[in-house]
Design a protein around this ligand. Structure first.
Ligand code: FAD
Length: 414
């Protein structure tokens, strides 16, 4: 018999969990204080990756640290005061910059991404939005041989985990992407990675499928979780409801929710921005690409050409600082001709990141019927369906489709 389940948080991670639980026969209520899919999941680069296997906190980051401390990189900026305040978190994050963790995490990320991509494709078909799906791969661009040489660790991680990729030389890049200025020495195309031209429309399509099959979406701010015997009372701005089971998928706000029940989850956030520009009178890009030395991504989207910035270490709730995205847009204009800015203001999102850069997907250690599904860092769109499958199989007492141990909450002293 189906259980009565609440999913807190309607980003792509919560939406996929709600949809999958419902398809498994449960009665699911998805609760979000906003329209689902309008926070971090709204503005990403749309990459459905099966190839992003090297965590950011890998040994190369330690080597780059002295340069990054100058705080001039478009790829990574920080507020020194915030970093000082969050120093324990930052030091723990850096403590994972080891070869052995990079190997462990690469395997875990790859498994979750491969599992997810298959389910995204199936749901995209089922939701009748195949026009959003792009099969053209995802490309990393290098302006110099030195930049490409710095990518060796990622190439090694991809090789070790079976990612299919192709290295392109200058002339091949020009033929593949004639709309790019011919400034790139090398490119790496992750051949089997896919993309979507509107992450928001994808979330909307999944929500529509969920509602059409009887799912409930409640617009409310969840303010408390009280264990019952059995189940949980979910208190929110519109009242309170009791559920058999609860899935916490509140993205960068998940640690706040977990704290209500006494959990101390080492969740941080890496802020990022985007801006849309009108396409120029040049061939449009066939896929999303990341200019590694420029520190920005560029993606052809239904809303325009989307430029996304790298990482900003700053408090989740601090006012936006547009320095980084302005610099990214200026850099992007040098490599691809575009017209005016479409958005009145840049958009900002917060990538939810745990200290080891792996998500938590599994049971809350001290509460039966409470499930955590968050911390998907730069890869929430890519890893949401697989995470949903893991949670559903655990709730149903089945065997998870992949080894779920790397994502357990109790790998930390929560
Ligand atoms: C610039 C940028 C580019 C990116 N590019 C990619 C990419 O190309 N591919 C990829 O895979 N990933 C990408 N990411 C990462 C990806 O966007 C995130 O990992 C993902 O969106 C996280 O989803 P989420 O559902 O966990 O969080 P969110 O989308 O933030 O959703 C959390 C939801 O919880 C709700 N919520 C929180 N607290 C409460 C509460 N108390 N009550 C009610 N509701 C609550 C919020 O309103 C929100 O809707 C990118 C991120 C950024 C910033």
């Amino acid at each position: 018999m189906g259980k009565n389940i609440a999913v807190i948080g309607g980003g792509i991670v919560g939406v996929c969990s709600a949809l999958d639980l419902q398809q498994a026969g449960h009665h699911v209520t998805l609760i979000d204080r906003k329209q689902p899919g309008r926070e971090t999941s709204y503005g990403n680069a749309g990459v459905l990756s099966e190839s992003s296997v090297l965590v950011m906190n890998n040994p190369v980051l330690l080597r780059k640290l002295p340069g990054l401390l100058r705080n001039q990189s478009t790829g990574l900026r920080y507020n020194p005061l915030f970093v000082l305040k969050r120093l324990p978190w930052v030091l723990k994050f850096l403590s994972y910059c080891t070869k052995s963790h990079a190997k462990h995490a690469a395997k875990a990320l790859r498994a979750l991404q491969v599992l997810s991509l298959g389910h995204h494709k199936a749901w995209i078909n089922e939701a009748n939005v195949t026009h959003l799906l792009r099969y053209a791969g995802w490309m990393k661009l290098f302006r110099t041989q030195k930049g490409f040489d710095g990518f060796a660790a990622e190439i090694e991680a991809m090789q070790e985990t079976g990612v299919k990729f192709t290295i392109y030389e200058r002339e091949q890049i020009r033929q593949l992407e004639p709309g790019l200025e011919p400034i790139y020495e090398k490119a790496v195309l992750m051949d089997e990675t896919c993309g979507v031209s509107s992450p928001a429309e994808l979330t909307d399509a999944y929500i529509a499928m969920f509602i059409a099959a009887g799912g409930t979406v409640t617009k409310a701010d969840v303010t408390g979780l009280v264990p019952q015997n059995p189940g949980f009372e979910v208190k929110h701005s519109e009242g309170a409801l009791v559920f058999d089971q609860v899935v916490v998928a509140a993205g960068p706000w998940s640690a706040d929710v977990a704290k209500w029940l006494g959990y101390n989850v080492p969740l941080g956030w890496e802020r990022g921005y985007h801006m849309h520009l009108e396409p120029g009178d040049v061939p449009q890009l066939g896929r999303a690409a990341y200019d590694v030395e420029g520190g920005f991504a560029i993606a052809p989207m239904r809303q325009g050409v989307r430029i996304t910035s790298g990482v900003e270490f700053e408090h989740r709730d601090a006012p936006p600082n547009y320095t980084q995205i302005r610099k990214a847009v200026a850099e992007a204009r040098k490599i691809h001709k575009m017209k005016g800015e479409i958005d009145a203001e840049p958009w900002m999102g917060r990538r939810p990141t745990l200290i080891d850069s792996l998500p938590i997907v599994g049971p809350a250690p001290r509460h039966k019927g409470l499930w955590f599904n968050f911390g998907h860092q730069h890869l929430g769109l890519s890893m949401a369906p697989g995470s949903a499958k893991l949670i559903t199989s655990m709730i149903d007492g089945g065997t998870p489709p992949i080894d779920a141990s790397p994502y357990r909450a109790d790998r930390f002293p929560v």
